[in-house]
Design a protein around this ligand. Structure first.
Ligand code: MN
Length: 328
């Protein structure tokens, strides 16, 4: 791995124009990993563009450099609509993307020209190889954790900004050290980030103590509708689009609901299914069971993710009839 970290840094040093990409609708790890790399590039005077498709699903405005990220592939420069000109870049770095599709630039990356090199930093299990240099550590709690090793291997100074970013990525992706992928190294990196000036209270305020009244009410609905499928010993809860909309729900709360539901004692896992727009259903699978692998179910349903936290999107609508519901 050390060799790969050095090779990656060598490519960065030589690159003339770098494209940084995190997964679409980024979570804390994705957006914080982007910001950590931006800090590095700013300090080294590298020419770069940072991109991810779609706004973050949470409030990350406290992260350094977040204002430098382009969240739509159509953006305005002096009043004119522009698109990313993919061929301008000689190095593309994907962070936390999980799959090529989630880069939002699948076609561009797949049809890249000679002279365009792709480096992938990720802790998701591999789905399909797409990069020229794959830096994957599926046992890492966060992509931010892998970036820590990358910085260390190349003796890059951990600035206060980088420390804040890496700690944010680690905290959000490990469910504040609760998920099973939290290792001794995860803890020790987090504590080292505090020594480098990361502001733990500020991160917690922005990523945990940030729920609105509407969000809390939706939590209540999801909790009160929780049921257990005895055959599979699997818990589940559903919310229809109508219920979500009436209660002002937005994307940033559903991740934490799914995480919280997995606290239920004695089940193999939990499914939180909600109706989203355009006749689709979004499922989040979580498990705190030592041997369960919910990603197998997610993959079977066309999604993906980690063993203990994964998801999928299906076509369909939810119809609720009193206590029961069905997919139509
Ligand atoms: Mn991640």
């Amino acid at each position: 791995m050390k060799e790969k970290f050095k090779e990656a840094f060598g490519k960065i040093s030589k690159a003339k124009n770098i494209l940084l990409v995190a997964h679409e609708r980024p979570d804390g790890d994705a957006v914080a990993s982007l910001c950590a790399m931006i800090d590095l590039f700013e300090n080294y005077g590298k020419k770069y563009t940072a991109f991810c498709q779609g706004q973050p699903i949470n409030h990350f405005s406290f992260l350094p450099h977040i204002e430098k990220i382009i969240f739509e592939n159509i953006f305005k420069i002096s009043g004119e609509n522009k698109k990313l000109n993919f061929h301008d870049f000689d190095l593309i770095i994907t962070l936390d993307c999980g799959s090529l599709e989630r880069t939002g630039l699948a076609e561009e990356i797949e049809k890249r020209q000679a002279g365009q090199f792709v480096i992938e930093f990720d802790h998701h299990p591999m789905i399909k190889k797409y990069s020229d240099l794959e830096i994957r550590k599926s046992e890492a709690a966060a992509t931010a954790e892998i970036l820590y090793y990358f910085f260390k291997a190349n003796k890059i100074k951990i600035t206060k900004n980088i420390a804040n970013c890496l700690l944010t990525g680690i905290l959000t992706d490990s469910g504040n050290f609760l998920y099973p992928m939290t290792s001794e190294e995860t803890m020790s990196i987090a504590s080292e980030m505090l020594l480098h000036g990361a502001k733990f209270p500020q991160i917690v305020k922005n990523t945990v103590h940030n729920k609105s009244l509407a969000a809390m009410k939706l939590w209540g609905m999801a909790l009160s509708g929780l049921k257990i499928n005895k055959k599979y010993n699997f818990a589940f809860s559903v919310l229809t689009l109508d219920e979500v909309e009436k209660n002002g729900g937005n994307d940033d709360i559903f991740d934490s609901i799914s995480g919280f539901l997995s606290n239920l004692y004695g089940v193999n896992g939990v499914l939180f299914l909600r109706e989203i727009e355009d006749g689709r259903l979004k499922g989040s699978l979580r498990s705190a069971h030592s041997s369960a692998d919910v990603s197998a179910l997610a993959v079977a349903l066309g999604g993906g993710g980690h063993k203990k936290a994964s998801g999928f999107v299906l076509e369909g609508k939810l119809k609720r009839d009193g206590e029961s519901w069905e997919i139509i």
